[in-house]
Design a protein around this ligand. Sequence first.
Ligand SMILES: Nc1ncnc2c1ncn2[C@@H]1O[C@H](COP(=O)(O)OP(=O)(O)OP(=O)(O)O)[C@@H](O)[C@H]1O
Length: 494
Amino acid sequence: MNQAATTSFDQETGLDPREYSLLIVDNDKAHARAMTESLERVGYRCTVATSGPEGIQKIDQNVYHVVISDLVMNDIDGMQVLQRAKRSLPDCEVVLVTGHATVSKAVEAMQEGAFTFLEKPITPGRLRAVASKAIEACHLKQTNTELRQRLDEKFGFEGIIYASQKMQEVIERIKRIAPTDATVLITGESGTGKEMIAQAIHQNSPRKNRRMKALNVRAVSETLVESELFGHVKGAFTDAASDRIGAFEYADGGTLFLDEVGDMPMSTQIKLLRVLEEHRITRVGDNKSIKVNCRLLSATNRPLEQMVDEGTFRNDLYYRLNIVTVHIPALRERPDDVVPLMDHFRKMFIKRHGKSPCSFAPAVTRRFYSYSWPGNIRQLRNFVETMVVLDTDGVLDLNDLPPELSEASDLSPTTGSESADLLPSAGDSSLIGRTMNDIERWAIEETLRLTAGNRDEAAKILSIGARTLYRKLDKYKQEDGDAPEEPEDDTPAT
Ligand SMILES: Nc1ncnc2c1ncn2[C@@H]1O[C@H](COP(=O)(O)OP(=O)(O)OP(=O)(O)O)[C@@H](O)[C@H]1O
């Protein structure tokens, strides 16, 4: 294809055209050829599709940096090509070619995400200039994606907020599991952070530079689940207009995360088991198998073991998925995480919604702490977001609480949780007969445990100044014979 490439680096952008792949989609073969030759002459790698369906098929199967498509074609039009490219190739830029009569349509296309449009007749100089700009835009998007990925890698664990011993143990466990290729089953109630843990495992594994594909089995209809997992060939079922790769092929070399795996139909379970044993998939409607290499992580909030007993989940698949288990405790079982999470989401949503700084009233912190969180961290996150968005006076007060919390039917500490002995109880008889200093020390230490070491929060709850709290802590250290801390180090210790 690349017969006449003479130039190496693009004068304007400094990029090497030979590193970029372009797809030309045009019903008019002569026009497609003329565009291709003009682009190949300066070094681009071009592929031609002479119909809309062929263009879509190529987009599904290959990676292109720029797609140049005619807008009006007699089968699938350029808008559909644009939509498919935007869906399948997030960094790709799409240029639409149009005759004079369809300029208004092209403007609409740009609103849908097209990079620009070229009006016929197209000169080679104009075509190359537009291709060069589109390549530059794609390159920028890729650079951003890479930077984001690097940040994600760096913060693979740090993005997970926790202070409790229980989560500390979970993190220790995933640190040991992540570098291996072991199949992992992540269990826990809805909203406990199973997907987040799956991402951290991927980010801290040798596969981190390859793709991670998440597929929520519950969100896909029973008839489509196999096509989503294994892909399909054209005509495999009524809507299969072209060949399509599935999650296993997409994540080849990387990680596949199957969320809500307990919802998988029995007929698909046996096929999944076979793939895990043979490392080969067969697209729906095809008869040849393809080799795949994916690390499988799965998650469920359903009792798989019980489902095995009831005959609704295959025993053999259960043992395959369950080589290593990571259980994420419900938030009510780790109340020490509540305050750090409140603080994290408060800051995050202030920034995201461009709000002025605000803080939680101590009574709200106490109520969050003692709530049972049936929806776990997702629910806490949503509550904090609502409160931050609606805040007008900089204080997130009891009046700002969502109804579930303001009615607060369950203010009592949760049974069997760490919280029971943490909440200051007015009737703690063990304190009777002790000195005021001891009682005060006990109250300060318990409040610091409640705030996971965050002294600012603790001072607010105790209604004393942060420096007063610091002085008292210093005094306790001296009483215990420890060296006092530097006074300026009064940062929250979360
Ligand atoms: N420890 C954590 N630190 C910060 N954010 C968290 C933490 N755990 C969960 N989240 C956030 O809470 C929300 C729910 O988490 P996630 O989707 O991972 O839960 P899940 O257990 O997979 O839920 P489901 O079972 O419903 O799919 C997400 O916005 C996630 O970023």
